[in-house]
Design a protein around this ligand. Structure first.
Ligand code: NAD
Length: 344
């Protein structure tokens, strides 16, 4: 049996991966530590590594994994901004789960918007204390408002459909618009200017880092609601906090935060949080932070486990790696390999 080790494991990962490991013929050891250059050596003796969104897969980490015999990393997620693909190229194959449930993420984005707008988080706390006052709980009708969707790929396009169901007027920005769709595409600046709500569904790349900072907040309507279920660093968080204090931004629903690695997925309830921006955001009554949980549905976890192990089995069976992502994909912005071969 091939041996795989897991980094950054949580109890819910084990449930779903244990279910599939025999089907694919793997023995799995689960580590709680995140993968980085300090912990990479723990992979000695394993033939494959499974990692997640907040692992740090930089050049040093890749070299240690490679020196210890690892030839494949299975990302149990879709995003891959935490990997140095240039360093991995020709050494370690990287596979991922490109789509496990775009519905899970799109639905969570809408859940954040509805909760924020109708102040469900505040109402829940009040009625628990038998406080039945409605003061301060006024929301607005979504119907007829304009929502700007940034990125209309798998998740963004499902989110667009959900928004249409609410009678929202949808506009979108994507440098690669969906062919044949009836989505109304506008420039990014126009989206910022015209939207009552903005929801981010594009990947984090060098170009999209701090896509929204003080300049974009300057273009936006007063009271705009920002939803981010994509990656934290799409927004300059310090500028967001200022925009909220200045009441330029009327609400923010954040499932991701640019410095989340140290905090998200961990119980920090007994710790003093040293990140003043995160603390500041959480303290705002019109901000909801969830801990990168938009993917967390039974259906998504099931698909993640099955596809991750299938990706790794394909590698050991010498098959082409359908879900491989490499330096060439990043360099040319799309995969160049033919479907019957591997990147190297
Ligand atoms: P996708 O590749 O199907 O779609 C991304 C879209 O963004 C594409 O249409 C692309 O053309 C577009 N895009 C690229 N650059 C852009 C730019 N500068 N401005 C606007 N659009 C741009 O990806 P997806 O499956 O829809 O996932 C989107 C993102 O959601 C992922 O990159 C990931 O960061 C995030 N995600 C978050 C969670 C979570 O649990 N919070 C889970 C899965 C994915």
């Amino acid at each position: 049996m091939k041996k795989i080790c897991f980094y950054d494991t949580k109890p819910y990962d084990k449930v779903f991966f244990d279910f599939y490991k025999e089907k694919f013929g793997f023995e799995i050891d689960y580590f709680e530590s995140k993968l980085n250059f300090n912990t990479a050596v723990m992979a000695k003796g394993y033939e494959a590594v499974v990692a997640f969104v907040n692992d740090t897969i930089d050049e040093k980490t890749i070299d240690i994994l490679y020196d210890n015999g690892v030839r494949i990393i299975g990302m149990r997620c879709a995003g891959y901004n935490n990997i140095d693909f240039k360093a991995a190229f020709n050494k370690i194959h990287v596979v991922r789960v490109p789509a496990y449930s775009p519905y899970a993420v799109a639905e969570h984005a809408m859940a954040l918007l509805l909760t924020l707008n109708r102040k469900i988080h505040r109402a829940y706390n009040r009625t628990k204390e038998h406080n039945f006052s409605l003061n301060g709980l006024i929301g607005f009708d979504l119907h007829g408002k304009t929502i700007g969707v940034v990125g209309t790929g798998k998740i963004g396009s499902i989110f667009v459909d959900i928004c249409k169901g609410f009678g929202l007027n949808v506009i979108a920005y994507d440098p690669y618009p969906l062919q044949g769709s009836d989505i109304k595409y506008v420039s990014f600046d126009r989206l910022c200017e015209e939207s009552d709500i903005i929801s981010l569904h594009c990947p984090l790349t060098k170009e999209t880092r701090h896509l929204i900072d003080k300049d974009e907040f300057g273009l936006m309507k007063k009271g705009v609601v920002i939803i981010n279920t994509s990656r934290g660093a799409l927004i300059n968080s310090e500028d967001l906090l200022i925009a909220i204090k200045e009441e330029k931004v009327g609400g923010a629903g954040l499932d991701v935060y640019e410095e989340e690695t140290e905090f998200f997925y961990e119980d920090k309830s007994y710790s003093i949080i040293q990140d003043d921006i995160l603390s500041g955001l959480i303290s705002m009554p019109n901000v909801i932070v969830t801990s990168h949980q938009a993917f967390l549905t039974k259906e998504a976890l099931n698909n993640i486990a099955e596809i991750t192990l299938m990706n790794i089995k394909d590698f050991f069976d010498d098959k082409p790696l359908e879900n491989e992502i490499c330096y060439q994909c990043i360099k040319y912005n799309h995969c160049q390999k033919d479907k019957t071969s591997r990147c190297f």
